[in-house]
Design a protein around this ligand. Sequence first.
Ligand SMILES: Cc1ncc(COP(=O)(O)O)c(C=O)c1O
Length: 365
Amino acid sequence: MDNIKLNDLRRQYTPLRNEILSALDAVFTDMNLFLGPNTRAFEKEWAEYCNTAHAVGVDNGTDALIIALRAYGIGKGDEVITPANTFVAIAEAIHEVGATPVFVDINPETYNIDVEAMKAAITSRTKAIVSVHLFGLAADMDAILEVARPKNILVIEDASQAQGAKYKGKRVGALGDSACFSLYYTKNLGGYGEAGIFTTNDTKVANTFALLRKHGEEPKYHTVISGYNSRLDEVQSAILRIKLPHLEEWNSQRRHWASVYTQELQGIVETPKIPDNCESVFYVYVIRTPQRDALKEKLLAAGVESGIHYPVPLHLQPMCQEYGYKKGQFPVTEKYAEEILSLPMFAELTESDVQRVCNAVKKSL
Ligand SMILES: Cc1ncc(COP(=O)(O)O)c(C=O)c1O
């Protein structure tokens, strides 16, 4: 019997294959590979989906974060607050623009930023908060904005793991000052390689961002500001346009499998707690148990692959040593890093896959 993968994208490709191959053929026949009709159309469609005035595509989600910080003029001497339990790209982006990352602990229920801890971390140098919607669940944006707005601190959503997720009925991407999305191939909406996009209602910021993604050139071969080579290409855009109309259905299928997992596994392991005012898109389904490492091994022996998001908190990453954090500073993040385990999660799972995963978890514990 085949292993059940954490995310088996082959199953998503099969029904879309003909449509994707003919779209790629059209792109290659046209040979207009950058900032062409598919990218322009996808940017428009993504802005409409997120209900924002602008969407600007880039090469990947890390670049979206770097270029967003640059577009706001954030740099040396500035501090940017972000949760300690997230993907390293955020720390890299803050470091890359010359600012200082300020990490804070996570809320034990939602795994997103702890708003009280965030409030306590604000100083006169705080310029922005990168609020991550981790595992598909929106952060408590109203509480974050309530703290940030009176102090003129920017709020940038990192919605890389939450395409289509809702907070109080609104989609992420339009909840703060702007938002960055990775569209890496394993995301709920992903291209076939690297891709990313930025959304905002602020026309000036959108224009600066668009300038920075193409070498700061305006007009061509006349660089007004040192930028980046980071354009969303036509190949990725054509694929993303085919996938976007399926995103809602895929997300709702993920929620269905999450509800089956929760029903079967609660009481045996800690299962995700989704606040009533949020609709998660379950980028990953994360359980928690003190026997995590043994469980992971036993699951693999039973043909079930799993993941850890993330084993090393940002403040304990070797790259962050220069900021002087110590082990023990963020107890929730550190405890969870030892206990979390992501189970297989993708729309095309079957009832029998999910039962196999649940049985394997129960048997292992
Ligand atoms: C929360 C978060 N932020 C940023 C990134 C970086 O995106 P990319 O891999 O597209 O550079 C990712 C994903 O990989 C992510 O999950």
